[in-house]
Ligand binder design. Structure first.
Ligand SMILES: [Fe+2]
Ligand SMILES: [Fe+2]
Length: 152
């Protein structure tokens, strides 16, 4: 990213990054040794780059806030007690939990809610990412997770 792009990225996210509940994501692991906080920043940076390469057609606020908060579920998903049954498994349930936390903490709008709720598609097959921002975050999440898992 250029200096200007970094400034744009930081300006849009600064109020969220300084929030104590967002910082709490540093306490939980996402993939490998990467925290949920670092993973969420990786997804936001990847989403930003995809948007740059595809003509800057996204609403940047929706894209970046959705990316930063897509895994804002605030618990350790490795906790075995969460695996009660298949439809209560973390993979299926955490988008709604993250979305509710984001609404409670930041009163995010419908467009950002869609980005968060649809990011696990196709696992959550009824939640198709039907906006450009949701589709980019859905892709950026998978690419970042792969990268974090295999780059150690
Ligand atoms: Fe997720
Ligand atoms: Fe994620």
């Amino acid at each position: 990213m250029t200096c200007e792009q970094i400034r744009e990225f930081q300006d849009l996210l600064k109020d969220y990054l300084s929030d104590s509940s967002v910082k709490k994501m540093q306490e939980y692991k996402a993939h490998g040794r990467v925290s949920v906080y670092a993973h969420s920043l990786n997804v936001a940076a990847m989403a930003y780059k995809i948007n740059e390469k595809t003509g800057r057609k996204c609403d940047l606020k929706t894209l970046l806030i959705g990316a930063l908060l897509h895994d804002f579920y605030l618990y350790d998903w490795h906790d075995a007690r969460l695996f009660v049954n298949i439809f209560k498994m973390h993979g299926f349930t955490h988008p709604d939990i993250a979305c509710q936390n984001a609404v409670d903490h930041f009163d995010i709008d419908e467009n950002v809610q869609k980005v968060i709720r649809c990011h696990m598609w196709p696992l959550t097959f009824r939640r198709f990412p039907s906006s450009r921002e949701a589709m980019i975050v859905c892709m950026a999440d998978k690419l970042s997770a792969l990268k974090e898992t295999f780059t150690r």
